[in-house]
Design a protein around this ligand. Structure first.
Ligand code: GLA
Length: 579
């Protein structure tokens, strides 16, 4: 993909009071004096900001990993740097072993508890080590998933070859070395059911187990998709009333991640809803509800796009009459019933997954119904979509991303808000084209999703990765924000017209801060230490450029391009950048 030339932009930093003792340690803007404005590197649209990683080893990926007792352990230590590279670990708990050439840690842990391990990576250029916690307990997905999903690029055109090519490209592009792990098939792989109701893959996926084995052999993990209704969103066989069989089949195939949609569950939900309301109402009201529900079901046999105007208006009237009857119940009872109805399929599938001796990440895709963020964790979800489907436009991406404020308090290690998959690179839902987001918008997308601790699922054709897209996906300091073990996603800390500041605390005591400009013109965006709840001189580090910008006394200010971002990490002066 050719990157269009840049329209604007320079970043400038308005410097607060600058303690001279710290001037030496950063590479600050040249005119670093109190209240002056300095111009930093000009940012050209499409400019690659991520520096090339060094030849020396650098361990990447999550710093903490959760596993359930007795389940297969599968984790690949990832690192950038020249190959060949050898890996080793100190204090690896018994039951686990590490393959020194691939970095794969396998085995099983029986004992619950936290194991503090030191990982080492060594090549001809040098060696490095990093602390890594392995927590054996009930919680997996201690950091958000990093991976790829077929939907945003291939939609219904997905097949075995395309998925294998995505896995190959994850390795050959080097993205695997930055911690990217999952290769997830979305909808359109399903056929009907075979013996004992076991789900079959269609002819596009001749051997799911072989595909899964091949993905695992590369040190990657395998994800799949289903829906709680009788049909998936694309009309394929889904899990309704076969939840146990599906979970069992996924276990046999070696699935590590299930995305569970909502499509076609609506009718099931209507029936359950009617039963629940009827049980609380006098007999004549209950009978009325049931007859309305039967009438509705009879009309709904005709697919939505084939209904007559008369049928459509009758459906509306039925809704009105239904509401009229249930309005006799207390609002809190109605709320409770509605919540039970949207929760039910996720509780059912959780039980089915719990019967499988495998750590399978459970990802809900029900678009935020019933404020899923408030109960997703309680029901055993590892992530939940908070919105409808994303597309590769500024309106869609920014509309979704910047509406996440307030959800942050419900997410944490093991349970994440999911504002949907990434729309960078060649996307197109079966009609591939370069993302319509401008490069600055793509920096905003990646920065915001990293700040939000969103699962990061690449949605592009991995075999067509261009250098710019690769640079967006391989910035380890940005990925570290997403994977921070504290697991505290960002919320909005200020909004002034079209500029917004989002911030989060990181495990090392520093703050990650995004200065965003949603407007059509460059704008100055600033954040004060007071707003961040910190005091004293702070080193500000530009995370995309992986470069300290200097020490700042009480605030940081930058000129941010239209629809762009400046993503920084702020740590107390005198402390080193954590590795
Ligand atoms: C829904 C989901 C998408 C995708 C499709 C598949 O629209 O939100 O992410 O999984 O279904 O049909």
């Amino acid at each position: 993909m050719r990157i269009p030339p840049l329209t604007l932009a320079s970043l400038s930093f308005t410097i607060g009071m600058f303690p001279s003792m710290l001037m030496a340690q950063a590479a600050p803007p040249s005119n670093n004096t109190s209240n002056s404005t300095a111009t930093n590197t000009s940012s050209v649209v499409g400019e690659i900001l991520t520096p090339k990683h060094p030849a020396t080893p650098r361990i990447t990926g999550p710093k903490v990993f959760g596993v359930r007792p007795g389940n297969p352990f599968l984790f690949k230590v990832t690192a950038t740097g020249e190959r060949p590279m050898t890996f080793s670990a100190d204090n690896l708990p018994s039951g686990l072993s590490l393959d020194s050439s691939s970095g794969m840690i396998t085995g099983t842990l029986q004992e619950r508890g936290t194991n503090a391990v030191t990982l080492h990576a060594k090549n001809a250029q040098g060696e490095t080590s990093r602390l890594f916690r392995i927590i054996c307990g009930d919680t997996i997905a201690l950091t958000p998933a990093l991976g790829w999903n077929s939907w945003n690029c291939f939609a219904g055109a997905v097949d075995d070859a395309k998925v294998r090519s995505a896995a190959d490209a994850m390795v050959s592009s080097g993205l695997i070395d930055h911690g990217w792990t999952y290769i997830n098939i979305d909808d359109c792989w399903e056929a009907g059911r075979g013996t004992n109701g076991m789900i079959q893959s269609n002819q596009k996926f001749p051997d799911m187990k072989a595909l899964s084995d091949s993905i695992h052999s590369k040190g990657l993990k395998f994800g799949i998709y289903s829906s709680p209704g009788p049909k998936t969103c694309a009309g394929y066989t889904a899990s309704y009333q076969y939840e146990d069989q599906d979970a069992e089949q996924y276990g046999k195939w070696g699935v590590d991640y299930v995305k569970y949609d909502w499509c076609s569950y609506g009718k099931v939900a209507n029936a359950i809803r009617t039963e629940k309301y009827a049980a609380m109402l006098p007999a004549d009201d209950a009978a009325k509800l049931k007859s309305l529900a039967d009438e509705r079901a009879a009309i709904e046999v005709t697919p939505g796009n084939k209904r007559t105007e008369e049928q459509k208006s009758r459906l509306k009237a039925i809704d009105g009459e239904f509401k009229g009857v249930i309005s006799k119940l207390k609002p809190e009872d109605r709320e409770r019933i509605e919540l039970e109805v949207v929760q039910e399929p996720y509780a059912v599938f959780r039980k089915s997954l719990d019967k499988v001796k495998r750590d399978i990440l459970f990802s809900y895709c029900q678009y935020g119904m019933g404020k899923v963020w408030e109960w997703g964790e309680k029901l055993g979800g590892n992530s939940w979509r908070t919105t409808g489907d994303i597309t590769d436009t500024w309106k869609s991406m920014s509309g979704i991303g910047f509406s996440q404020d307030g959800h942050e308090k419900f997410a944490g290690p093991g349970h994440w808000n999911d504002p949907d998959m990434l729309v960078v690179g060649q996307v197109g839902w079966g009609h591939p084209h370069p993302s319509r987001l401008t490069p600055d918008e793509q920096y905003t997308h990646m920065s915001l999703w990293a700040l939000l601790s969103s699962p990061l699922l690449i949605g592009c054709d991995m075999s067509q990765l261009d250098d710019f897209t690769k640079s967006l996906l391989s910035n380890d300091e940005v990925l570290d924000v997403n994977q921070d073990p504290l697991g505290k996603p960002a919320g909005r800390i200020s909004m002034n017209g079209t500029v917004q500041v989002w911030a989060r605390s990181l495990e090392d005591g520093s703050k990650a801060v995004g200065l965003f400009n949603l407007g059509d013109q460059p704008a100055s965006v600033s954040v004060s230490w007071q707003e961040l709840g910190i005091k004293g001189p702070q080193i500000v580090r530009d995370l995309w450029r992986q470069k300290d910008l200097g020490s700042f006394a009480e605030k940081f200010e930058a000129t941010v391009p239209s629809h762009g971002v400046v993503l920084v990490k702020i740590r107390p002066a005198g402390t080193a950048a954590s590795k």
